[in-house]
Design a protein around this ligand. Structure first.
Ligand code: AMP
Ligand code: MG
Length: 355
């Protein structure tokens, strides 16, 4: 008997692992000042390169699936030297295990094919069929800062997340390492860092060291039960514009939480609470008009739920990934262990005045 989504899970993890190698190369080249003759930022180069590598692996294995990805190639078409610079990185980034690299289909043929591959991420999303969603570098500010960022990939089928993979090059490998206050800043990928989270619907969540070749062995992860709310901690965005930090402080106070929030960029927050390093992730809307993007949440939503959590918006509704490229019908995110989610939600609603 084959396990459901086994191939999708393997390809997703290998694709994230390979794209993570590219983002790390870009980070280190830019730190050394050897990155570029062009004016493009390391984020631009890393985003396009990682997206190209992931989509090429998906098209090789699942040619009929659609893809919703953050970037489009128009700017690169107008800038051949940037295109060539990115293609050189993409062409030379490989898993160092020949069989694993082979599973991803090997290298992209040429620079123009790379542009077409990047533009395959233009699906409108929706509630029908198989749609992959990609955030090639989630947490771009954290990436630049040497803090947290994540390479994120999820498979939606008929609007539901079935498979998720998140590569976090700068999180500790050790699932039980406590979240330190400087995790969002001082965390480049030296020894002991780099973790790959994954989940398949109904099959639990896993973490494994993020490697450069074949997949490492995985361990099952689960959220930490909260016995005393006063010992719990919040994870939230570093960017005050992405989540209302003064409201989250009021919510913490009402819940009796005394520890300061741990701030970090990207879906590393979902991974961190899923393995019990943190407890609760709050994302409180800062504007009425901003719509969350599906690629910022799909993988994290599944990984947390498969680790024993519940994920809803501030109205208590599950995140609806079948509406399109954005979570147009949701508002904010509350992710917490299932046993306390209701309690957290009711305090969030009290503070936000949501009905
Ligand atoms: P984080 O690192 O958790 O703060 O989230 C990073 C993501 O926030 C980016 O990938 C953006 O898509 C998204 N973002 C951009 N503007 C906003 C906003 N006003 N509110 C919430 N999220 C945003
Ligand atoms: Mg993002």
């Amino acid at each position: 008997m084959t396990t459901l989504y086994a191939k999708e899970l393997e390809i997703a993890q290998l694709a994230v692992q390979r794209a993570s190698i590219l983002t790390k190369r870009v980070f280190h080249d830019s730190a050394k000042g050897t990155l570029s003759k062009s004016d493009a930022s390391p984020v631009t180069i890393g985003d396009f390169g990682a997206q190209a590598l992931i989509i090429s692996a998906l098209l090789h294995n699942f040619p009929h699936d659609q893809v919703v990805a953050e970037e489009e190639a128009a700017d690169l078409r107008a800038n051949p030297s940037l295109r060539d610079q990115i293609f050189e990185l993409v062409r030379t980034t490989k898993l160092d295990d020949v069989a694993s690299e082979g599973l991803l289909g090997g290298a992209i043929k040429d620079a123009d094919s790379m542009l077409d591959i990047i533009d395959k991420g233009n699906s409108k999303g929706g509630r029908v069929g198989r749609i992959w969603t990609i955030d090639p570098i989630d947490g771009t500010k954290g990436f630049l800062r040497g803090g947290q960022y994540a390479v994120c990939l999820a498979l939606l089928e008929d609007g539901e997340v079935k498979v998720g993979a998140i590569g976090c090059p700068n999180l500790p490998v050790d699932d039980s390492a406590p979240l330190t206050a400087d995790i969002g800043a001082n965390a480049t990928d030296e020894e002991g860092r780099g973790v790959l989270f994954s989940a398949v619907i109904g099959q639990g969540a896993t973490s494994r060291p993020l490697k450069t070749g074949a997949l490492a062995e995985g361990k099952s992860i689960s959220m930490k039960p909260i016995t005393e709310m006063s010992n719990a901690s919040f994870c939230e965005s570093v960017e005050a514009g992405h989540s209302n930090q003064s409201e989250s402080a009021q919510i913490a106070q009402k819940l009796g939480i005394t520890r300061p929030s741990v701030r970090m960029d990207s879906q590393a927050k979902y991974g961190s609470i899923a393995r019990g390093a943190g407890d609760i992730y709050l994302r409180l809307p800062t504007s009425k008009t901003y719509q969350e993007k599906i690629w910022d949440h799909a993988a994290g939503d599944l990984i947390v739920r498969e680790a024993g959590g519940q994920v809803t918006d501030t109205r208590g509704n599950r995140l609806d990934f079948g509406v399109g490229r954005t979570l147009a019908t949701n508002s904010g995110v509350i992710a917490a262990p299932a046993a306390v989610h209701g309690q957290v939600l009711s305090v969030v609603q009290e503070v936000l005045g949501v009905k």
